[in-house]
Design a protein around this ligand. Structure first.
Ligand SMILES: *Cc1c(COP(=O)(O)O)cnc(C)c1O
Length: 384
């Protein structure tokens, strides 16, 4: 089937990003590739084989459905870790398949223990502790109850990890909070060690912590956005810039190129309105190219009269509103255009580039949101 647009995923760009992360963390810590949100829009089925080629054999997902997709896409033995949602009735299948999952409250922990005992197997769990993010994790005040359960159920549990998550390591304004979280995590670490509970790995770092807090690396880093070639925020880049080998050279490389083609051309006379409503009136005679992508394809309405695309290596502005399935761009300044011409929505054409950040309205975290909104139906093509 032919689709109205396609996404290309660059293997070499991923290798470069992983190499950069490796240069920051040294050879010790394991890199877990975070593939929640359909691998930040890149496609789990595409990213798992690429990551395997880059030597990565640990994957983190938010939910169990994503974990199954990682398993299906794996051609080697990988560790798969669910950091968020699963349904209690899935626990038997997860245990049987050796899929690891977070235990962040007593309900889930007890479910896991009961199920493992019934099956005569061990549940492979990561104990998540609350250090200040206040979303999920065992409270400091509950540590003794937790300890007792872990001590009494050694036969049912394989303790793969002790972990936590930081509340916004990408921004300097949160750094006091992050340091206090690191401190609290150390206290949990010491508490369990003193009581002879052993975890295979300690892990806390997302991309921003990986880049900015070496003490957060421990045994494993959970790297999402940076693997895909983006700074968690612009601020993260500025905080780190001085440590980079060549100033102003970006060591990260975007994997993603988003392409479509011209569906049709349209002449518009001066004074005519374009598209729905009156948001755009031609002030001169124009030629418009109609592109077969709209907000249903992840090309946001916020790009109405605002976005740009590349055709023949030149920037062409969006004219009027972005519709559900189509958008018009101004091609009056191009020498020659025809239906079928390649259009770049994200990526390079010649010297010019459209970045994901140029989709931004206000939020600094726009990369995450824009990427994960790319619909799973758009075909993804792996390239070198
Ligand atoms: C999403 C997530 C990560 C990865 O975050 P990035 O900023 O994309 O690197 C790591 N850990 C947890 C618990 C997460 O939810």
């Amino acid at each position: 089937m032919l689709h109205t647009s396609c996404l290309e995923i660059s293997t070499s760009a991923y290798f470069q990003n992983i190499e950069f992360i490796r240069s920051r963390i040294g050879t010790g810590p394991t890199i877990s590739s975070v593939v929640k949100g359909n691998a930040y829009g890149h496609g789990i089925a595409q990213m798992v084989p690429i990551a395997e080629k880059a030597g990565i054999h640990h994957f983190s997902t938010f939910s169990s459905d994503e974990a199954w997709e990682v398993l299906e896409s794996s051609s080697q033995k990988n560790e798969i870790m669910i950091m968020g949602m699963l349904h209690p009735e899935e626990i038997p299948d997860l245990i049987r398949n050796g899929i690891q999952f977070y235990a962040f409250d007593f309900e889930r922990l007890e479910h896991a223990i009961e199920t493992a005992k019934t099956l005569g197997l061990k549940a492979q769990i990561h104990v998540e502790v609350e250090t200040g993010f206040h979303r999920t994790g065992f409270e400091w005040a509950d540590r003794k109850k937790l300890l007792e359960i872990l001590q009494n159920n050694e036969s049912a549990l394989e303790l793969k990890g002790l972990c936590t998550h930081y509340a916004g390591a990408e921004s300097a304004q949160n750094h006091i909070r992050i340091r206090s979280q690191i401190g609290r995590f150390k206290e949990f670490h010491e508490f369990f060690t003193e009581n002879q509970i052993q975890f295979e790995r300690f892990h806390t770092a997302c991309s921003a912590a990986t880049l900015l807090f070496p003490e957060s690396h421990m045994d494993l880093v959970r790297v999402g956005i940076t693997g895909y070639g983006f700074w968690p925020t612009r601020e993260t880049f500025h905080l780190l810039k001085d440590q980079l080998p060549l100033e102003n050279r970006n060591p990260l490389k975007r994997l993603l190129t988003w392409k479509t083609q011209i569906m049709s051309l349209k002449k518009v006379e001066s004074g005519e309105f374009v598209g729905y409503g009156k948001s755009f009136q031609a002030s001169q005679d124009m030629t418009l190219a109609i592109l077969p992508v709209g907000y249903s394809h992840g090309y946001g309405r916020n790009l109405s009269n605002n976005g740009k695309v590349l055709i023949s290596g030149q920037y062409c502005p969006v004219i009027g509103t972005v519709n559900m399935n189509a958008v018009a761009v101004d091609v009056s300044h191009l020498a020659k255009t025809s239906p079928g011409d390649e259009v770049i929505l994200i990526g390079y054409q010649g010297e010019n580039e459209i970045t994901v950040a140029s989709f931004a309205e206000t939020s600094d975290l726009i990369n995450y949101e824009m990427l994960t909104r790319l619909p799973a139906q758009i075909p993804r093509k792996i390239r070198d």
